[in-house]
Design a protein. Structure first.
Length: 660
């Protein structure tokens, strides 16, 4: 699996988990809070519902002096002074008035499993509040009971703050009215509600989970020393760490680490949030293993096993929507836990044994998690923890250590991917350079082979055909001279002319294939002969000029430059429609410069690039020169002719000169 494919697959998986997590939180924590749609001002508390908004039923009375008592506001004189809640906010201004809130409730008498209700102030600013409920005295008269607020841990509070709540009496079918006296410091928001104990704790837990997620994200980034670019590009990898630290904070709530914010353990089990968190965490861990470890390359069977475990754990993430986990299914998942632990450890060990270095940090991180879970299981079974620390503390430390080690494993993983990519690029570059070197070597060898074949052919023509033709011509002339008395027959004269022409053509062919002047007298003489030859054959004005003597003789360099000049002259005749060509040879230090300039029609830049890339002539010249360590420069424009400059270094050890 490539890095791009791993990142793409992981991103899709974590996107699905994120969407599922949002659905779970919405379904579990924010259940419908409709009041039943009663048109009357009585709020009916129906069983099976956790939250009831009081805004449509709440009435208020402003007390600027703060002197009104419960007897005053419940008297008939003040009954008509209460007004409906005006909007989402009661502004007190600079006077900081006291407000009396009135709410009428009703429910079902003796409902089975009827929960305990609380009036949740949900006030973000600090307030002083007191709730009054009516009770019947022994003499049958109605009295008002003063109820103080409770903290998050259900402890009495003298000065309630955010999310303070007041216990309510069990509802009955007969409507009953409650009063709340509040004195806000700045304003009073329209967010009070009546909730069950579990509904109240759900909201607190959601807030804690969201806070834990933010803290986990910050801790994960700080531990990994990751950049913003890394976070944006590989955000899917961060979800595992966020879930780990979120679960760590949640365990702190259960263990009483944050006493002022701790939800009750019974509520957690009832709401099913631990199951959802563990399900999401298991899915995140399995997806992380599947994307982090190169299982398709090192352990294909492990990759299939991880996929099966993903399918098995998927229902846990959404199970709180359907209710408590059945005991049978709970036993199944309990038995599945050690299986998943063994599979993950096995995949990590196999990848580590096969040389995957980042698996070291991965195994260390996962072993921390296994140790923490084992320690908690032993404590729950009553066997006792092997460490002198609370089981929740050990589990928290293990989860935090797992998150930190996994961040380091991610860093090592991406370092390994970067090194692997660099190694592949270097290997490809070396192979390309080797390919070019071989191509140039083959091009040079092709030139040398062609030259050897031409020289051998020229030698054969000179030693056999030319000699035979010369001998035949000599004999025919001798025969003709011996028959001086008799006129030679015309056919014999024609034969002589034919043989003479053949001899001239053979000698010309010999010079064209391998000019002896090049091998015998060097490059300068060869280029001068080449210029004269093209001028005689094609009527082209060709001039040659040499500046500076060559430092010696080197057959390989001389032959390549000679053939390049010959190819350029052919191009000038065939393609450029030139009338004049100038050839110059110059020796600049240890570098030989050959320049061929014509006055032809020239070429455009695009056509010139195509000719250099696709034309065999220019390509062959370029490859020959590059094989010698030289270069080719082409300067051409429409109507201005073409100038080709060949540069080649003089070799340190000149090749021997073959002489025929």
């Amino acid at each position: 699996m490539t890095a791009a494919h791993s990142t793409k697959s992981l991103g899709r998986g974590y996107a699905a988990i994120t969407f599922l997590a949002i659905l779970v939180l919405l379904a579990v924590s924010w259940l419908p809070c409709s009041a039943g749609g009663h048109p009357d001002p009585v709020l009916w508390l129906t069983p099976g519902q956790d939250r009831f908004p009081v805004y449509p039923y709440l009435q208020f009375l402003e007390d600027p002096t703060g002197q009104l008592t419960i007897q005053d506001v419940t008297s008939p004189a003040y009954a008509e002074r209460f007004r409906p809640w005006p909007d989402s906010l009661l502004r007190t201004g600079l006077t900081r008035s006291t407000f009396w809130l009135r709410l009428t409730l009703a429910g079902q008498d003796g409902a089975v499993g009827q929960p305990d209700y609380v009036f949740d102030l949900s006030q973000v600013t600090k307030v002083a509040a007191t709730l009054y409920t009516s009770v019947k005295a022994r003499d049958g008269k109605q009295e008002w009971l003063k109820v103080g607020p409770l903290s998050r841990t259900s402890q009495p509070m003298d000065h309630p703050s955010q999310f303070s709540h007041f216990p309510l009496p069990p509802p009955s079918k007969a409507p009953q009215t409650i009063f709340l006296r509040v004195k806000p410091s700045v304003s009073l928001e329209a967010s009070p509600e009546i909730t069950t104990r579990s509904g109240f704790e759900k909201r607190l837990l959601v807030q804690a989970l969201l806070t834990g997620s933010a803290l986990g994200l910050l801790a994960f980034l700080a531990a990994s020393n990751l950049s913003i670019y890394f976070t944006l590009r590989y955000a899917g990898y961060l979800w595992y760490g966020v879930l780990l630290l979120t679960f760590c904070i949640y365990i702190g709530f259960l263990g009483g680490l944050f006493e002022a914010f701790a939800p009750q353990a019974w509520f957690s089990r009832r709401a099913g949030l631990p199951v959802a968190i563990l399900g999401l965490l298991s899915l995140a861990r399995l997806l992380f293993v599947k994307a982090f470890l190169p299982l398709k390359r090192h352990f294909p069977l492990g990759d299939r096993l991880i996929t099966i475990l993903l399918v098995c754990y998927l229902p846990l993430a959404g199970w709180p929507i359907m209710g408590p986990l059945p005991p049978t299914l709970l036993e199944v998942y309990t038995a599945l836990t050690p299986v998943s632990v063994l599979v993950i450890l096995l995949t990590g060990v196999i990848c580590w044994r096969k040389g995957f270095a980042p698996a070291t940090f991965f195994l260390s991180a996962y072993l921390c998690q296994v140790f923490g879970s084992l320690n908690m299981m032993l404590g729950n079974l009553g066997i006792g923890s092997p460490l002198p620390l609370p089981i929740y503390t050990v589990q928290q430390i293990a989860l935090a250590a797992e998150a930190v080690l996994l961040s380091q494993a991610l860093v090592q993983r991406f370092k390994a991917l970067r090194q692997e990519r660099e190694m592949l690029e270097q290997t490809a570059q070396r192979e390309a350079q080797e390919h070019q070197r071989r191509l140039r070597s083959l091009a040079g060898e092709l030139v040398r082979s062609e030259e050897r074949q031409r020289k051998a052919l020229a030698d054969d023509l000179h030693d056999s055909v030319s000699q035979n033709l010369a001998t035949s011509l000599f004999n025919l002339r001798l025969r003709a001279s011996q028959a001086a008395g008799n006129e030679p027959a015309p056919p014999l004269g024609e034969i002589c002319d034919l043989l003479r022409t053949t001899l001239e053509q053979t000698r010309t062919l010999t010079f064209d294939i391998s000019p002896p002047v090049l091998h015998d007298y060097g490059l300068e003489a060869g280029l001068e002969w080449l210029a004269e030859r093209f001028q005689e054959r094609h009527g082209l004005e060709v001039s040659f000029q040499a500046q500076g003597a060559l430092p010696g003789r080197d057959e390989n360099l001389e032959v390549n430059l000679f053939r390049a000049a010959q190819e350029l002259l052919v191009n000038a005749v065939k393609h450029s429609s030139a009338h004049k060509v100038e050839i110059s040879l110059d020796c600049q230090g240890s570098q030989v410069v050959l320049r061929v300039n014509d006055d032809g029609q020239g070429m455009e830049a695009g056509r010139l690039a195509r000719a250099g890339a696709e034309g065999f002539g220019l390509f062959s010249i370029r490859e020959r020169l590059q094989a010698l360590g030289g270069s080719v420069e082409i300067d051409s424009s429409p109507g201005q002719g073409t100038t080709v400059t060949l540069r080649a270094p003089w070799p340190q050890e000149p090749s021997p000169v073959a002489r025929g």
